[in-house]
Write a protein that binds this ligand. Sequence first.
Ligand code: ADP
Length: 655
Amino acid sequence: MSVIQRLLIANRGEIACRVIATCRRLGIESVAVYSDADRDARHVRLADRAEYIGPAPAAESYLNVAAVLKAAAQSGADAIHPGYGFLSENAGFADAVGKAGLIFVGPPADAVRAMGSKSASKKLMEKAGVPLVPGYFGAKQDFQTLSKAADDIGYPVLVKASAGGGGKGMRVVTAKDDLKDAVDGAKREAKASFGDDQLMIEKYLDRARHVEIQIFADSFGDVVHLFERDCSLQRRHQKVIEEAPAPGMTVHLRNAMGQAAVDAARAVGYVGAGTVEFMLDGDAFYFIEMNTRLQVEHPVTELIAGVDLVEWQLRVAAGAPLPMAQDDLVIDGHAFEARLYAEDPDKGYLPQTGTLQHLVFPDRVGVRIDTGVEAGDRVSVHYDPMIAKVIVHGPDRQQALASLRHALADTRVVGLPTNLDFLIGICDSKPFQRAKIDTRWLDRLKAPKAGWRRQRAATPADLASAAHFEISARGVKACERAARSEDSHSPWFRTDGWRMIDRGHQDVHLADTLAPDAAHLVSATARRHGGFDLVIDGVPFDASTEGLRVLGDDAGFLHVFSDEGRAVLSLIDPAADDEDDARAAGGLTAPMPGKVTAVYVKAGDAVKRGTALLMLEAMKMEHTITAPADGTVAEVRFKPGDQVDEGAALVVFDA
Ligand code: ADP
């Protein structure tokens, strides 16, 4: 058995930080790698040392095998942990690491290869006797073959990229007429994301759950499973909240699924951590794929099983046997993980970029935060927009869910839109509380989601807190100005309302962003012995502002947080003119930097509202730009393959 002394982590963000935490506990030196965009990233700050690997685009840094291997050689690392995503399921990389004489903290390259293609892995599983979703997994890819396969399977069907991951290259088709578009779209997305456009077609299970089994194998042929995770809470086939164990799971079903997963691992000579994913329809379960790496949602398993899966990975990679046998593993309580993303759920979950001006997490027993960022860090367009995973453990499902709700309500992010309110809304919804959901539940749900936004109308207490905040901010600014001036004690720099004769007073003009036309005036008069007397819109205010916390952002908004959500107030400068009301109309601009992948119209075309005009690929997701109204296309400014900047006018449109 060899011992790992210095581990290079070929990844970034929260998973790099997560691996570093275990290294620290085990006394292993950690080596981070970073691109130009990540020079000051949290994982670089936490690691014992760091190596530069190239420009911001992942293809030139985190996916660059030669650069990663060079970093490993330079740092004297003896092992490489690939994390998830990036090179983690790249068999060529696993091979190259071995050839360089280093330990790859992951399965043998052949196992990665065998499971890398969903279609090939299905054939393997079929042989191993693991149940499959009915479908077509063949090599022939002409449309006629695919269409015939869909007819045989029966609609609805799911068109899936064989090389897929992260829900990309996947389309649900309910009617034969829509198959062609779905096949073309899935091919394009698969080609762009994975460089491979092979598709497969499966029976679409409309009311099923996603239940996956964590397995672990060592190089002595021992394989165990660490129970299941239920990842049914999804939007557009991507996981949002995961939990363990699965609600309603019976011992009998757990054993059957666990055995099938162990069989799957044995069939490919697996070593290390892996996940075997199933769709669960009633009591019937069907293999969908195996992920040959650590999963994003591994912490819920760690919390219920009381193990550190990264430690297990490092031990097994170094040639040690599994730390525990199947019979020693028991489930303790219940765990949830919620993925906090910089994204706008109201705009089709569009990823958001920007600076995290404030980022505050609860610090409480039973709550674990896995994150790769801190306040002041940027969420950039280059990588995944996940901000953090909020993970909780409790004695049972109900208490764990209450704890998750509480932890999310105590999380504060200012600077860019997130899905935080959306996550809290899910915790508050009855179907989720009763675990009466399936993988399509969120996507079917339309109306209630708007009600999940937790921005509340401002109360007098909010206005009072915001005014206090503003007055002290003015004080700080005045001190800064005074410090820079020649006469720093001049009374003219004082903003506390000091006057030679009168008791001083200051006015703060505020508007609630939910009702921006109604301005509020808070008049504050300094009390002789400190503090202020407040009058809000002519009415004296003397109620409590306890429990309110104000955070300001760079754009001049004041966010007032309480248990019931947040109020957002804007500062009004009464001296300023009404600013350009005629702000450029939204128009057909790129919502973020990206690549044009398809153009559906040409100049002169008459289109109806909602018609797809062009397709943009950004952050590996496709975004369709649609006509805002009935009208005519005047000009299309880009062609497929063009790179566009955020805000670029894509189409000129006459409504
Ligand atoms: P990816 O690798 O892109 O994440 P998966 O094969 O793991 O793709 O599937 C992701 C999700 O898509 C599943 O969790 C489930 O919600 C949905 N899905 C996959 N296969 C089916 C199916 N046959 N029927 C219904 N939903 C499915």
